[in-house]
Design a protein around this ligand. Structure first.
Ligand SMILES: C[S@@+](CC[C@H](N)C(=O)[O-])C[C@H]1O[C@@H](n2cnc3c(N)ncnc32)[C@H](O)[C@@H]1O
Length: 312
């Protein structure tokens, strides 16, 4: 069922008021979240193969935790087609990739997964697995959502040997500006997750420019950009433009629940990763195959891992 979320008016720094319809409470736990959060957990695990700490910078952090029984989530019912389908598939399968088991365990720390009670967003999923030497900054444009994020981060389930509160920062502001303000990180190691709502006409150009600015400051950073799959020729031109703008390795990981189509419907999603850690592609392949089988709503819905710029 399609629902239209209420409109929010927000001011980006001193720029004119921008009208935003996007609210992640309607989409939490959907097929796009499943792909994005699995890739995020895999990236963090690979970053943690080195003992030195790193900065995880999130430019579009959201609220951090979503009540799937709240009216917004129930009205859209998107979690049923995402985390709900994945859960069913794991219950029916003989073998489930370790990363998927780990992801489901992490979600289970926030409430009954069987009853789809709560779904953690990227900040909570990530911060719960960061180490004492790592650091987290989450930026969110909407002040009310940023306050929700701070509260959810402060109340997160804590386990031994995990990141200390003073190394976890949530702030309100314009996310793409953080690629200038917060890079390069003191640690000289960083993972940057960019997860915009794609609502504004100029957003893709802003992202391309922000990535270039980020890479100029911090060319060895690992940048993970989420994108919606719709209007394939236009999307591919944009992804190739980003890849051409840097000599660094660029990989895409995509999962669709419907085949590509010419209309404006969201048929799937992907992540473009600049400087992917070694073996990300091979580790993600069986995970992606499992996710695609579990979530697709049309047998012809594709999934793919592609190098746009080869690994060095
Ligand atoms: C897709 S949601 C983020 C979801 C989150 N990354 C997760 O996976 O749980 C996008 C968020 O970006 C926020 N947002 C929109 N425009 C922004 C901007 N210019 N800067 C920072 N945040 C923004 C929205 O309010 C929304 O909470």
């Amino acid at each position: 069922m399609m629902t239209t979320p209420p409109t929010l008016r927000v001011r980006i720094n001193r720029r004119p008021v921008c009208i935003m319809n996007y609210q992640h409470h309607f989409h939490a736990g959907n097929h796009a979240d499943v792909l994005k959060h699995l890739v995020l957990l895999q990236l963090i695990e690979l970053m943690q193969q080195k003992p030195t700490g790193f900065l995880l910078l999130e430019t579009h952090a959201g609220a951090g935790l979503y009540d799937l029984q709240a009216s917004e989530a129930r009205r859209s019912d998107e979690a049923t087609g995402g985390i709900g389908r994945l859960l069913q598939a794991t219950q029916a399968a003989n073998t489930v990739p370790d990363l998927i088991r780990f992801y489901l365990e992490q979600i289970g720390r926030f409430g009954s997964i069987l009853h789809l009670s709560h779904y953690p967003g990227s900040p909570l999923l990530a911060v719960c697995v960061l180490r004492p030497q790592d650091r987290y900054i989450g930026v969110e444009l909407v002040p009310k959502v940023a306050r929700e994020l701070s509260r959810n981060l402060a109340e997160r389930p804590i386990q031994a040997q995990c990141i200390h509160d003073r190394r976890v920062i949530a702030r309100d502001g314009e996310g793409l500006a953080a690629l200038k303000a917060d890079l390069p990180p003191l640690e000289r190691r960083g993972l940057i997750l960019i997860d915009p709502p794609y609502e504004q006409a100029q957003e893709r150009d802003d992202i391309t420019a922000a990535l270039q600015a980020g890479l100029q400051r911090f060319e060895t950073g690992v940048y993970a950009l989420w994108y919606p799959i719709k209007q394939r020729p236009y999307l591919d031109r944009w992804l190739n433009r980003i890849a051409k703008s840097t000599p660094r390795p660029v990989l895409t990981i995509e999962n669709s629940i419907f085949p590509d189509e010419s209309g404006n419907r969201l048929t799937g999603s992907g992540l473009l990763i600049i400087n992917p850690p070694w073996q990300l592609d091979t580790l993600m392949q069986p995970v992606l195959e499992f996710v695609n089988d579990a979530l697709k709503q049309d047998t012809a819905a594709p999934s793919a891992i592609r190098w746009l710029n080869p690994a060095h």
